[in-house]
Write a protein that binds this ligand. Structure first.
Ligand SMILES: C=C(O[C@@H]1C=C(C(=O)O)C=C[C@H]1O)C(=O)O
Length: 350
């Protein structure tokens, strides 16, 4: 992305989503809104006014030749033992019936000897994850060299609106891939047949259908299928629908959908307060929504997972896992470790 772009007015992520359709209606044909809204939409948003090239959220110059800086240190936040304890606490809350699912995340803070390069990271991420959407968006002042950027390779389509058609591809339910093709295929089948993962996934699809119903007709949500990333298999449901009212734009739908239980939980308000209480992490734009909308109300948004926040020599990598009855704290810790590999693998040039 070239040069700083003005922020969409409003302050919070939610206010920016709400301000976007009117802003674009008054702007030129070439204008789009692009950027990130945080996981907690009451926090400041990072949606900016840009031009059409912003339709590609990863549209920054790619400098693959540059090597990544050397690592000076790393620190897990929270510590693994604290993460397992938080999962155990979430399971107790689930047992009481207070909630059905909550996603708990953790982070790895990596400090390098010299500043991280956003284009280098984005280039590696996009080369290694060709099926994902590479994102690289400034989440605060882009003029400041120590400014924070959200960088990642999201496998999860939150929402695409093209004219009257909307499509979504929620992911939830995961198992690590194997280098051995037979074992890899077996694990995919195991995931498809896993009762725990099916429940974890169904909660997400149900919440999405409920959020879409007021806006859409002919909603179609087939049985879950497998979705592959280089590191993991996921359960995915390709959801489609037709808008009842063409005035409803992509940002209206994002405001209604986000955060889905793929990154939050269900019921939403209980899950969000459990996350605030026991996660011990400032998510920022991790697990937020990243994308763009144009003057026709069309747009494309991905869920900000498999990502990190870059600021000078500091990089915070995030990963979360859905907790439902039957989840195992050690397995969830391991799953978040595998999810972090998307970012970790991109730190070294091939
Ligand atoms: C929360 C993350 O991923 C989400 C959670 C998943 C799960 O719990 O199985 C799967 C895909 C994503 O929707 C993450 O990668 O940090």
């Amino acid at each position: 992305m070239s040069g700083p772009r003005p922020l969409v007015p409003g302050g919070s992520g939610l206010a920016q989503l709400r301000a976007t359709p009117a802003l674009l209606a008054d702007a030129g044909d070439d204008t789009v809104v692009c950027g990130a809204v945080p996981f907690d939409v009451a926090e400041p948003g990072a949606l900016r006014v840009g031009t059409a090239e912003f339709r590609n959220v990863g549209a920054i110059p790619v400098a693959r030749a540059r090597t990544a800086p050397l690592l000076a240190g790393s620190r897990p936040v929270p510590e693994p033992a604290r993460y397992r304890a938080a999962v155990a606490e979430a399971l107790r809350r689930i047992e009481t019936g207070a909630l059905a699912k909550v996603v708990l995340a953790r982070s790895l803070e990596l400090t390098a000897l010299s500043p991280w390069s956003v284009p280098q990271l984005a280039g590696e991420l996009s080369a290694r994850n060709p099926m994902a959407t590479t994102v690289a968006v400034p989440v605060d002042d882009p003029v400041d060299p120590a400014a924070r950027w959200l960088v990642g390779a999201s496998p999860e389509l939150l929402l695409r609106r093209r004219g009257p058609s909307v499509s979504l591809r929620p992911l939830a339910g995961s198992i690590p891939r194997s280098a051995d093709p037979a074992e890899d295929a077996r694990r995919g089948e195991q995931l498809l047949g896993s009762d725990k993962d099916r429940r974890e996934h169904a909660v997400v699809v149900e919440a999405i259908l409920e959020a879409l119903r007021p806006f859409c007709r002919q909603i179609n949500a087939p049985e879950p299928e497998l979705h592959a990333t280089p590191a993991l298999w996921h359960l995915a449901t390709p959801v489609t629908g037709l808008l009842i009212d063409r005035e409803v734009t992509s940002t209206h739908l994002v405001a209604a959908l986000h955060p889905t239980p793929a990154v939050g939980g269900t019921p939403r308000s209980e899950a969000l307060s459990v996350i605030r209480e026991i996660e011990g992490l400032d998510r920022g734009c991790y697990a937020g929504a990243v994308g763009w909308q144009d003057g026709d109300g069309d747009g494309e948004w991905v869920v900000a997972v498999r990502c990190g926040e870059v600021s000078g020599r500091r990089l915070r990598i995030f990963a979360g896992a859905g907790i439902v009855a039957g989840s195992d704290p050690a397995a969830e810790l391991a799953e978040t470790g595998v999810k972090m590999r998307t970012m970790l693998d991109a730190l070294s040039s091939r």
